[in-house]
Design a protein around this ligand. Structure first.
Ligand SMILES: [Cu+2]
Length: 144
């Protein structure tokens, strides 16, 4: 029994320290698992620089794109088409806000933290629909 445990622990350490970039899937849904309408699931993701998010068009009528001025300096905005599955790689540390354009006013947004970054002071400020702001706030709170 003891030798087995040692082997399992060694494997876990090896996996945790592996530097291989990961791809994490985010579903675009008409209804989340908690019943709320029009969501990205999960709505908060923490990545290491170089990791990729894959947006899955599970339900129709959604897209994924950057919310202007809510991503780190030097990063590039992206814009997926409606019903398009896209993969976005995040190289620069910081916080990113992402929206589904058709359901932005309904609060279809998510937050991505890359590396260990402080939330920028203006991340939740400026022009944001109330529901988008509420959900973004909740997503940020998840990450703190
Ligand atoms: Cu949507």
């Amino acid at each position: 029994m003891f030798p087995k445990l040692v082997v399992a622990t060694g494997l876990a350490v090896m996996m945790a320290s592996s530097a291989v970039a990961e791809t994490i899937e985010v579903q675009m849904l008409n209804k989340g698992s908690d019943g709320s309408p029009m969501v990205f699931e999960p709505s908060y993701v923490k990545l290491a620089p170089g990791d990729t998010l894959k947006f899955i068009a599970t339900d129709r009528g959604h897209n994924a794109e950057s919310i202007m001025d809510r991503s780190p300096e030097g990063s590039e905005d992206f814009k997926g088409k409606i019903n398009q599955e896209i993969e976005v790689t995040f190289d620069i540390e910081g916080w990113y806000a992402i929206q589904c354009k058709p359901h932005f006013a309904m609060g279809m947004v998510m937050a991505v933290e890359v590396g260990d970054a402080d939330v920028p002071e203006d991340f939740l400020e400026g022009r944001l629909p109330r529901r988008a702001k509420d959900r973004l706030e909740a997503a940020v709170a998840n990450g703190q």
